[in-house]
Design a protein around this ligand. Sequence first.
Ligand code: S3P
Length: 167
Amino acid sequence: MAQNIFLIGFMGAGKSTAARAISARYGLRAIEMDEEIEARQGRSVSQIFEEEGEPFFRDLETQLLKSLQREENVVVSCGGGVPMRQENVSLMRRCGTIVYLSAAPETIYARVKDTHTRPLLEEDMSPEHIRDLMSRRLRFYQDAADVTIATDGRSVDEICQEIINTI
Ligand code: S3P
């Protein structure tokens, strides 16, 4: 099977940071889905949500995953909503290992509270809203995951090491 890694998890779980670190240490090419979509669209995720609506963005995510099917040795940091679509999970499973980076709502809140790039948190970034959205997504993350790695209180180094050791 192609040696690809798909990092899934809630916004702010550290997927992009872990992907960059794995890329630097183990030579896999890092692909950040939001950045890739922004580059292809020539506009930000926030603009895409605003101008086209969320379903359009979700279709772009699926299209991107389809276009990655022939890749080898890539580590993909997925947008937090990617595993909500079963088709996306099948596409990832077909060409790689799915690693779920879990984090407590408090950890997520601390990491996202000063950012403004995520339309789904822009109106309400409270710990309660994060907890509520996370509880609705948890089952999708767990069902999609081949491997789960808890990230709370751990360094990027530790997380990368565990990902590589486990898969
Ligand atoms: C989203 C997560 C974001 C981005 C978009 C929607 C989500 O990516 O794709 O704002 O639905 O959870 P990150 O998880 O990289 O922040």
